[in-house]
Design a binder for this molecule. Structure first.
Ligand SMILES: NC(=O)c1ccc[n+]([C@@H]2O[C@H](COP(=O)([O-])OP(=O)(O)OC[C@H]3O[C@@H](n4cnc5c(N)ncnc54)[C@H](OP(=O)(O)O)[C@@H]3O)[C@@H](O)[C@H]2O)c1
Length: 253
């Protein structure tokens, strides 16, 4: 495998799960990784495993101005970030008998506006350098509305839409926008799921797919393919057929 095309990566949501596994995967390839999330102790543990290539930059993506401040600190010490992976996210199963508006607001604040804040921090520098890659971690749950997903799914649909818009907007700027749509990955986030999760993957395997996909600079990195292609196919059916399939195969789980 040729050396990676990045010198410095910023991973937001690196303290656990997918972001953590990608941080270690990139560090193994010799990429310097600036690791962010709220839990500083978990980031220190990650850095201890990173062979001196992972540095710790804790912040909360919902705090006003924090992404810009932290990116400034990272670039002052490590130089320009040429890959950013925006993986911070929360998942709250939707319960129709207990609809909490604050849970919707929290999901939008972390999953959607958190990514927007990081993008707003990153774009001026990347556009000025005519270089860089931003990977937005959404989900196959953003393809269409599914049971239990009413709080989370719309934030991921918004991220997919945002990535599509930005991809065209950045044409010719030298800045690549990538969309990462994982299926089910065994992390803290999916621990609370009581339903069966088809094609569940381990974080290391997910990190492998993500890094390979981002190296290719293709727009969408979606995996595992058997699952994501099935989901895309489901989305092509007219609504009566779509809802019949969802009722028969998803709602009963
Ligand atoms: N696991 C799956 O099956 C799956 C499938 C599709 C998409 N995804 C997406 O993949 C991404 C990573 O999820 P995961 O499965 O790896 O879950 P995870 O292990 O819970 O990781 C989530 C990460 O987001 C960070 N985070 C949460 N709130 C934050 C905040 N306010 N500010 C900064 N960082 C924050 C967490 O760190 P702190 O708590 O330390 O802040 C953690 O590092 C998410 O965007 C998720 O929606 C996951």
């Amino acid at each position: 495998m040729p050396p990676p095309p990045w010198k410095t990566a910023w991973i937001v949501g690196a303290s656990s799960g997918i972001g953590r596994a990608v941080a270690l995967r990139l560090a193994r390839d010799g990429v310097r990784v600036a690791a962010s999330a709220r839990d500083a102790a978990a980031l220190e543990d990650l850095a201890a495993e990173g062979g001196g290539l992972i540095t710790v930059h804790p912040f909360d993506v919902t705090e006003d101005g924090a992404a810009t401040r932290v990116l400034g600190e990272i670039e002052a010490t490590l130089g320009p970030v040429d890959l950013a992976i925006l993986s911070a996210g929360i998942w709250e199963p939707f319960r129709p008998d207990d609809i909490r508006v604050d849970a919707f607001a929290d999901s939008i604040a972390v999953n959607y506006l958190g990514a927007v804040s990081c993008i707003a921090a990153l774009l001026p520098g990347m556009r000025g350098r005519n270089a860089g890659q931003i990977a937005i971690v959404a989900s196959v749950a953003g393809y269409f509305g599914l049971p239990k997903s009413a709080t989370y799914g719309p934030t991921k649909a918004a991220l997919i839409n945002l990535a599509e818009s930005l991809r065209t907007e950045m044409d010719g700027s030298g800045v690549a926008v990538s969309l990462v749509n994982p299926g089910f990955v065994a992390t803290r986030l999916t621990e609370k799921n009581s339903f069966p999760m088809p094609f569940l993957m381990q974080p290391d395997a997910a990190a492998e797919r993500i890094v390979k996909g981002l190296r290719s600079r293709r727009f969408e990195v979606a995996f595992p393919r058997r699952f994501t292609w099935g989901m895309k196919f489901l989305g092509t059916f007219p609504y009566p057929v779509f809802f019949w399939i969802v009722r028969k195969f998803v709602s009963r789980r």
